[in-house]
Design a protein around this ligand. Structure first.
Ligand code: BTN
Length: 327
């Protein structure tokens, strides 16, 4: 078992009492340490950026506005058996998906989760970059090993999109729609992207593992020029920020709940309800070719059902979608 540092044990107690004071003596007794060791731990935590008030005769209080992603806080909100129970949090990493894939190849457990405060080479779909500035978003990758046939690989992404939309909504109150296949939209703009990377077991014909990479704009108020027209954040939409540790935990809770019944396809109904494409005329771009089509639905495997201009109906499993300009 990995030994927890004393400061993390102190943080665990302060997190469990967020916004309330806990006496130094009480912390010292419950952890079997001296009051001066508690004080040292508090000093270390402050150096890491936590705001901890010390009130005479009342003790230490982790103020409610602290928003540093940390394991004790995430664990305190988790309701899962596996997802997020093993967690690594980094200040900075190139891409949490890349890190997660290396761990998956080394055989890590189902549910192992990687989170970063910042990504230097965050990846989006189709070779695009994902803007991942420090402290403003939630960048996380969850390694899952569900027993699924290859046919269900696409449904993991759709299932994750529903789970993430529900979690964001629960934590922020913000109404979230889904733009096929995996973008979460609010107020007509993109709030979150999901990149699922999977490895197939060729001999067994099933999924070996999938890495579900989730990037959410949380407190950003300024975006780079290239995306400022299309991107938004929870702060921009609601005027408030959310506790990112709570958001991370709710995503784990929601993904575990949905993955457990992925084969029942219940989530597909919810996906359809949240789809912002059904009933719209859009442009689909695949292999550098664009075509205007009408979106008529989502099939049970998460494919986009479209009607082409000559009336032919097809199910798409990939493609970039933009809204068609009505003539
Ligand atoms: C997209 O919008 O095209 C998908 C974006 C996915 C971004 C997330 S952030 C966490 C994880 N790590 C990455 O490098 N990408 C995903």
């Amino acid at each position: 078992m990995i030994k927890m540092a004393l400061k993390d044990k102190v943080l665990e107690i302060l997190e469990a009492n967020r916004g309330r004071s806990v006496s130094g003596n009480k912390i010292a007794v419950s952890l079997g340490m001296t009051r001066s060791a508690v004080w040292k731990a508090v000093k270390q935590l402050r150096e890491e950026g936590y705001t901890i008030n010390a009130v005479t005769n009342r003790g230490y209080c982790l103020t409610s506005d602290n928003d540093i992603l940390n394991e004790p806080a995430i664990l305190s909100f988790l309701e899962t058996k596996n997802i997020g129970r093993k967690i690594d949090i980094f200040k900075t990493v190139d891409s949490t998906n890349n890190f997660a894939k290396s761990l998956a190849q080394l055989g890590c457990v189902h549910g192992h989760t990687i989170i970063a405060e910042q990504q230097t080479a965050g990846k989006g779909r189709q070779g695009k970059k994902f803007h991942s500035p420090n402290n403003q978003g939630l960048y996380m990758s969850i390694i899952v090993r569900p027993e699924l046939s290859v046919d269900y690989a696409l449904t993991i992404t759709s299932c994750a999109a529903v789970a993430v939309a529900e979690a964001i909504e629960k934590v922020s109150g913000l109404k979230c729609g889904i733009k096929w296949v995996n973008d979460i939209y609010a107020g007509g703009k993109k709030l979150c992207g999901i990149l699922t990377e999977a490895s197939i077991d060729v001999e067994q014909g099933g999924l070996e593992y999938a890495v579900i990479g989730i990037g959410i704009n949380v407190s950003n108020t300024v975006f780079p020029k290239e995306i400022e027209e299309v991107a938004t954040s929870i702060r921009v939409q609601t005027g408030k920020s959310v506790n990112r540790s709570l958001l991370a935990a709710e995503i784990c809770n929601s993904i575990e709940r949905h993955l457990e019944k992925i084969c029942s396809k219940e989530f597909i109904e919810e996906y359809r309800r949240r789809s912002i494409l059904i009933g719209k005329r859009v442009v689909v771009t695949r292999n550098d070719e664009s075509e205007t089509v009408d979106c008529i639905g989502i099939d049970n495997y998460g494919k986009l059902l479209v009607r082409r201009s000559k009336g032919e109906e097809v199910a798409l499993s990939s493609g970039m979608i933009t809204f068609a300009v009505e003539q």
